[in-house]
Design a binder for this molecule. Sequence first.
Ligand SMILES: NC(=O)c1ccc[n+]([C@@H]2O[C@H](COP(=O)([O-])OP(=O)(O)OC[C@H]3O[C@@H](n4cnc5c(N)ncnc54)[C@H](OP(=O)(O)O)[C@@H]3O)[C@@H](O)[C@H]2O)c1
Length: 319
Amino acid sequence: MECMADTHEDRRWIATAFGGLDVFEEVPATVAPPGPGEVTIEVRAAGMNPADYKHVASGSNPADLPVRVGYEVSGVIRALGPDTEIASGGGAVGDEVLAFRVAGGYASALTVPAKDVFAKPASLGFPEAANLLLAGSTAAEMLHVTGVKEGDTVLLHGASGAVGVSVLQQAALLGATVIGTAGESSFDVVRRFGGHPVAYGDGLEARVREAAPGGIDVALDAVGTDEAVDVSLALVDDRQRIVTIAAPGRAKADGFLVIAGAMPASAAFRDGVRAHLIGLAGDGRLVVPMARTWPLDEAREALEFLQGQHPGGKLALIP
Ligand SMILES: NC(=O)c1ccc[n+]([C@@H]2O[C@H](COP(=O)([O-])OP(=O)(O)OC[C@H]3O[C@@H](n4cnc5c(N)ncnc54)[C@H](OP(=O)(O)O)[C@@H]3O)[C@@H](O)[C@H]2O)c1
């Protein structure tokens, strides 16, 4: 095993029960040394996603407790298991990496399977790298399952959010046109990434019809409100070309697509697209807009901010 001397005082965030932010606790951590096929990462930034608190709020199996919080990180390799290479090949102590999907990213260090660790492009900052893959692979899968192609006109609900801006950029690379819903204060964000903004709220369907007189081919829902679902159903006849990531109940009731990281087909697709997304980000074709960073110790405050649902970009925790 290749490693730095272990003189670290590590810490991590766990959820000790299922519920709201009061069950989140920062605790001292002993980081397991990496076995064969494992890597220990010293975290430089932990990416933040709504799933971090939603899965703790909705969990029910006591065997899952305590929950280690956080699905993606960037950092440097602290130690490598014997005969171990990272997913992008090679790997040495001190190398800059990102990892997804991991359990327990809200930490100063963690040991993870090497198959989930990739070299970080030098052009990407640690906070951006830590926030690239959950939103990016979700966006890629939304476009994939609905078959978005050159010339399509796409309605995207939640275009200014983390998943939304990744969809905007990846759809533009495919040659599709995107009408994106957002709050008016986020219209510039939608335009910056190539979308045509429309305000969500009363009258949405009429505004979308006006913005897309030729009709909508595909609807992508990254919001989950009844308004987003109802407008999608009104504008797109083919329910195989409507997908949600946030309204699974409506998808089941109304017969359109739903995807989630915990579904085996989604997990397989998302694993497979990671290297491609890192390549796009590395050469500047996929940007991760940051709103702000917080010290790791202030994860609860950061989660509260994220729960407000208008973060204005990605958030990262810095150990
Ligand atoms: N199933 C999956 O695999 C999966 C994966 C990733 C995320 N998700 C889910 O997808 C959703 C989006 O995630 P994210 O990371 O992109 O979130 P985010 O960055 O926090 O973005 C939230 C977005 O929601 C918009 N919004 C807030 N209230 C709205 C309303 N009433 N109507 C329409 N839009 C509204 C905000 O727009 P303005 O700020 O412009 O108002 C903002 O752009 C979350 O529910 C998350 O849990 C699911």
